[in-house]
Ligand binder design. Structure first.
Ligand code: FES
Length: 507
């Protein structure tokens, strides 16, 4: 039966006797689908809801898919934040996530280009030798006994100092993997419904999940895997910050470079991997990412892509044309670890996963394993480590700086240019302007006030979107929600805003 039809008996507005679902999973990216897949294997009935098709449009579709147990923020940093024991546990949990993906791929016969390979931490400048030495020592303390210093980083043109080799890392094609998980879930009787936006979740004996079309669902438990949680105003969002990151994919002659993962000591770091050709006659792809910035705080996206291409060609002189460019959003928790577990603002039957920290594929898989245990009432050794209620007190400086930034956005609002300066904006762009004391997102007549907590959104000329610098909500040009935590569109403004729209669109 078609999922949309099978979904109807659960819809409360249509049927007073609506059926209570067992588990509703909100979000069909890697965290949501892995949790749904694992819960279903234990006999639970799963119903997955997303605004888009599974794995298709959220951050899981924008990842460069490194599978690593080397914590993205640095091993020494992690140890400093959470202490030796918890840092060891975190490294082990990411290793377990890679193993779980490998096992699922093998058991289910999924064709998704999964492979084990080496990962390399390479110095970006001559001055980074000490950092490399510190990371190697931390790696050994945290249980990565196979990490070793090598003169040659297995990269065609890397000439700066020794690098650390980390064996047993991984990579895969996330689109193929998630499509296969979705198919397995539905083949086994689960429901996956897309085109439905969830706008609210209330706890209680049963979770009440409100949909954008006015209807709702009831379930025994609800897994919120929406990348950024849509239910909390402050509990989680005060502890993580949104960043944009960029990636390019360049053609490479087939077999010219042995696949590996590389990342460097720059801040923000660059990350590189090879994607073998998927069809005969196609080249391999060299995927290079980096150039991160706080969401809403840059407009020079073209320059960032250019810098990534230049780096790619410097390190890999055989790189050919640039085939793809894209950007994604990373949620950075203050201590580098995701928030996975019971929602602090809700009853125990509502669990969340967020804070990918640039390790979304392993954090999402950890979420699948940990949330399955929590829903099933089992103990899990990672519960405290990823507890969404934890307070990262050791990194007060980073926490304060991010929250001062949010406060600045809330109080001061903005950027703003005068309406008159809109004339300088090219057609098809937007800007935040002040009009009669109100910040207005010009191009279309929507308010520039984010509907999550009221920060002022900023124009993203690459994605043609309005991005909120506070907690990362993103809105389309017409103000509709692209990504939470906001669930409501930017409000329309009327009357005297109309001339701005005309100015913004002139040719
Ligand atoms: Fe929180 Fe915009 S995302 S105020």
């Amino acid at each position: 039966m078609d999922s949309a039809v099978a979904f109807e008996p659960y819809m409360m507005a249509r049927n007073e006797e609506a059926r209570v679902a067992d588990i509703v999973v909100v979000g069909a990216g890697i965290a949501g689908l892995t949790t749904a897949y694992l819960l279903q294997k234990e006999g639970r009935e799963v119903l997955v809801v997303d605004k888009d098709r599974p794995g298709g449009c959220g951050e899981s579709a924008r990842t460069t898919a490194h599978l690593s147990n080397v914590i993205d923020d640095g091993l020494a940093f992690l140890e400093e934040q959470v202490g030796l024991d918890k840092a060891r546990l975190a490294v082990a949990s990411h290793a377990a996530a890679i193993e779980r993906i490998e096992r699922i791929v093998a058991e289910e016969g999924i064709d998704c280009d999964f492979r084990r390979l080496d990962g390399w931490l390479i110095p970006y400048t001559d001055a980074d030798a000490t950092y490399i030495e510190d990371e190697l020592a931390a790696a050994h303390r945290l249980g990565l006994s196979g990490a070793e210093l090598c003169e040659d980083a297995a990269m065609p043109n890397h000439r700066i100092g020794p690098a650390i080799r980390f064996p047993q890392q991984g990579q895969f094609h996330p689109g193929k993997y998630l499509a296969a998980l979705a198919l397995l879930i539905t083949d086994r009787g689960g429901l996956i419904v897309h085109g439905q936006r969830v706008i609210g979740v209330e706890g209680g004996e049963y979770a009440l999940i409100s949909l954008g079309d006015g209807r709702s669902l009831k379930s025994r438990a609800c897994v919120l895997a929406t990348n950024s949680p849509i239910v909390d105003k402050y509990a989680i969002h005060a502890k993580q910050a949104p960043y944009r990151t960029y990636a390019v994919a360049l053609a490479i002659p087939v077999g010219a470079v042995e696949p590996a993962l590389w990342w460097d000591t720059a801040d923000p770091c660059h990350y590189v991997r090879m994607q073998p050709a998927t069809h005969p006659g196609e080249p391999d792809l060299l995927i290079v990412g980096g150039e991160d910035h706080k969401t809403g705080e840059a407009e020079d996206m073209a320059t960032r892509f250019t810098r990534l291409e230049e780096l790619a060609r410097r390190l890999f002189p055989m790189a050919g044309e640039c085939r793809y460019r894209w950007s994604g959003q990373v949620l950075e928790p203050f201590d580098g670890l995701g928030f996975i577990g019971r929602d602090p603002a809700n009853t125990a039957n509502i669990v969340i996963a967020t804070g990918d920290s640039g390790m979304g594929m392993t954090h999402g898989t950890i979420a699948g394993m940990l949330l399955t245990d929590l829903v099933q009432g089992r103990a899990n050794p990672w519960t405290d480590l990823y507890d969404p209620s934890r307070k990262p007190l050791r990194n007060l400086k980073r926490a304060l700086s991010e929250n001062i930034d949010v406060a600045r956005q809330l109080i001061g609002g903005a950027l703003g240019s005068d309406a008159a300066s809109l004339a300088a904006f090219p057609p098809g762009s937007g800007a935040v302007v002040r009009l009669d004391g109100t910040h207005v997102a010009a191009y279309v007549d929507v308010s520039a006030t984010c509907t999550h907590l009221g920060c002022t959104v900023r124009w993203n000329p690459l994605e043609n979107s309005w991005d909120c610098p506070c907690h990362g909500s993103r809105f389309a040009i017409d103000g509709s929600v692209l990504a939470g935590p906001a669930t409501a569109p930017l409000k329309p403004v009327s009357g005297n805003a109309a001339p701005l729209r005309n100015i913004g669109r002139r040719s």
